[in-house]
Design a protein around this ligand. Structure first.
Ligand code: NAP
Ligand code: MN
Length: 266
């Protein structure tokens, strides 16, 4: 890397935000960082906002593996991806001047739609009926037809995404040192005809989850990659597996995953 101190800030561009982050630009400049306008030239990408902003920062910059990501919170609380309060400059300076920055890696997932379109997710892939009617999914683990789901939808989450949407539907919180994907249901209908496991399940790193949308008329579900909806209108087959791409973040003294879980929920 030609210059390891090329820093790109990702944030909203409204007047309020520009005012708020002015001191951050100055701080970075004073500590020898080269602030770049094009994220392609960055080695460090800093999002300023909330966890939602961090998800967007990672997505808009293309899930870069050769970059270090960091999140600065403007919401007054630290969540999963934001480790710095915007006004806690002492902590930022300590991290910036630390010669040996330790890196932590977060697993992501790869999703492929109809063998054609592929993308990554840092929190989760979600699929749900776009109308007030259930839809049907045939669920495969590797080659095995596992279950036939009928209901509102499903969530396939990463370990760091396990505290987001997945947690709201009673999924387990998963340590990111366990590269895995969790599958959880949205209101499954259970009858003699349609039977699902009924509890979330966690797949290991080498499994492939395939969801086949039964083409019965309700085959135009809404699909989401983290906090962005897919514009695809119609789908037959979705494949999800753990990606070999991982997102690198700064490891600080007080930000182990379980500290994050504690500070967010307990
Ligand atoms: P949002 O609907 O404004 O935010 C949902 C909340 O989830 C926010 O408080 C957000 O934090 C927080 N969050 C995001 N990622 C998280 C994570 N990995 N662990 C714990 N909390 C997390 O949308 P958003 O801010 O753009 O976030 C997108 C995420 O919201 C999606 O990826 C999905 O996981 C989640 N979501 C949840 C539900 C639900 O629980 N019923 C429904 C739809 C989506 P900030 O306030 O710091 O942004
Ligand atoms: Mn948000």
């Amino acid at each position: 890397m030609p210059n390891r101190r090329n820093l790109y800030f990702y944030h909203k561009k409204d007047k309020d935000m520009l005012e708020k982050i002015k001191p951050l630009y100055e701080l970075a400049d004073n500590h020898g960082f080269n602030i770049v306008k094009d994220f392609k030239q960055a080695n460090i990408i800093v999002s300023v906002g909330g966890d939602g902003t961090f998800l967007q920062a990672v997505r808009k910059t293309g899930f870069r593996e050769d970059c270090l990501y960091a999140g600065i919170s403007t919401t007054g609380k630290l969540n999963v991806y934001c480790d710095f309060h915007i006004d806690d400059t002492d902590k930022m300076i300590a991290a910036m001047t630390n010669e040996e920055i330790e890196v932590r890696r977060y697993p992501t997932i790869d999703v492929t739609i109809d063998d054609e379109i592929s993308f990554h997710c840092l929190n989760e892939f979600s699929i749900r009926s776009a109308i007030i009617k259930t839809f049907v999914l045939d669920v495969y683990i590797d080659q095995l037809h596992f279950e036939t789901f009928r209901g509102d939808g499903m969530i396939v989450s990463t370990p760091t995404g396990s505290t987001a949407y997945n947690k709201s539907v009673n999924g387990a919180v998963v340590d990111p040192t366990l590269p895995s994907i969790q599958v959880s249901e949205l209101a499954s209908l259970n009858t003699n005809q349609y039977r699902t496991l009924g509890s979330p399940f966690i797949l290991g790193a080498n499994r492939v989850l395939t969801l086949k949308v039964v083409q019965d008329g309700n085959d135009h579900p809404t699909m989401g990659m983290d906090n962005e909806a897919l514009s695809i209108q119609h789908v037959e087959k979705i494949e999800v597996k753990l990606s070999n791409k991982q997102i690198k973040t700064v490891k600080l003294r007080d930000n182990s995953f379980w500290e994050k879980v504690k500070r967010t929920f307990l």
